[in-house]
Design a protein around this ligand. Sequence first.
Ligand SMILES: [Zn+2]
Length: 619
Amino acid sequence: MKFKITLIIIILIKTAFAQNVNLYTPLEILGAYENKTRDVSGKPGINYFQNFANYKISVKLEPYKNTISGNETILYKNNSSDTLNSIVFDLHQNLFKKGQKRSKNIHESDVGKHIVVDSIFVAGRLLNKINDTKLWNTKIKIKLEKGLLPNSELNLQLCWHYSLATETKIRTGVYENNSMFIGYWYPQISVYDDIDGWDMSSYDGLHEFYGEFSNYSVEIELPENFIVWATGKLQNPEQVLSDPIYTRYKAAIKSDKTTKLITADDIQNKMLTKSGHNRWIFKANSVSDFAFGISDKYCWDITSVELNTGDRVTIHTAYNPNSKDYDKAIDISRDVIKDFSNSSVQAYPFPQVTMFNGAGAMEFPMITNIGTEPDLNGILFTISHEFLHNYFPFLVGANQKKYAWIDEGFATYLTTSTQKKLGDDFDPLVSHIKVYESYAGKEQDEILMTSSHFLDNRSYIINSYFKSCSAFHVLHELIGEDKFSMCIQDFIENWQYKHPIPNDLFNTFNRVSGEDLNWFWNRWFFQKGYPDLAIDTLTISDSKIKIEITNIGGFPTAIDLKAYSNNKLINHINIDARVWKNTNMHTIEIDFDKTIDKIEIGDELVPDINKKNNTYILN
Ligand SMILES: [Zn+2]
């Protein structure tokens, strides 16, 4: 998801400098090392496991009534060494239940539009909903008559229905002209992992998700003329698209050129699909969720791009013809996917991506829900951020409920170079650092390692997006481009389609960079503090100017020192953040020059919350 924040006035708080190179490790994580499910190298351990679900979902959506009903069959495999006495499902739609605890407001007319589970079968046996299940906020726990043994499979079947919320638009919603984005819509088996066992953290409308990598086969039934865009590949285009649209589709799907598959004229002519109700079939393997968008009045553009791996990615944009500049989104999407291939994250990992023009900005595997943006830089910013989420968390699946700074931090930071390259006079990193600076050191500025679901709206946004972005930038500058890229690629390689935790990330960087960076992680991720360097004293002796610099806030950043003579730069020194590993005071000497009239530290790309103590004027 993407957030924008307005800058507010800075309040400065001093914290004491402290040095500690041992990272605090909670007991569950020590247990994971002991059980060898994780390794201190930052790689999965020899006993790492993940459970697996194979979903077959059949769903009927009635857009004129705003209702949806479904029938899903799941084959669930327990790959853990534990016997499971229950199965836990997420019922995200229970966000709309009356009395539900929420961190986001919902429209009062949508209260009560929660999911109704009509029936549950376990291994063919119909459950008694009162005796065999327990509802807990947006979770439902199903008791198993016989435990599910390690390496065993279980068949589950659920029927359900609900009315779509029509006024509330939190990440999904009903938009004008019969256009809808449907997410968090089906009972989804929660993650069972080596750290927490079952994930029992409920959805509150603010915090994000944690999904198990699963296979999906989904059939979506809709009235005539409605188009569906979804996670996964459309299996039966010839059965659902009208003949002229299908002819264009076949040619477009592997073309490097952009095809206007459905235009405003086509929408006017109402010849988009085959007649009668259509059943759209999609398949997606190893994805952590499934979402889709529908419309009978959206334009549809397609292009595709061949990556440097030889793989081809098909790109779709589905948009309201009245949305400003969205007809350009397809070309921006292509440029973004191409640019990612040459960046730290490398080749885009899925066969397709779709940008659906709904509201806000929310990522789902292979599809993203994006509202209308004010300008092209806004579209570029949002597309690149949301597309990057296909790497984090949809390829490397860290728990967003606890460690949102991993996926949001990477989506915010790793896209800045793409945005700068492709944008029009646009350097997002400068503005991200400014946003972080405006909150750093205040009460709302929480320690990065605080579990995301404990944070309120503002603390959550600062931590997950801007503080982590600033920390990754300082780290990148510290270890250099080559090592930073190698660390990211190693992390992706070892944790793709798996669930890393922050310690795995820290240990990967320590191993791959060949440097114990615990002192850095400890300050930026485990401690209170902020970036604030200051020129403490300046003395002239033996033809030298000695500049003593203090690290007031405790967070390590580079020292960027410039000496000016009559506004002309005559000396520029950049010292990386390692200088603060064992000290909070550093002295820099430069040759004396009687014309030097100003010495300054800092730069717009070096986070520093107080610029007033960065300058020394010499008479
Ligand atoms: Zn995001």
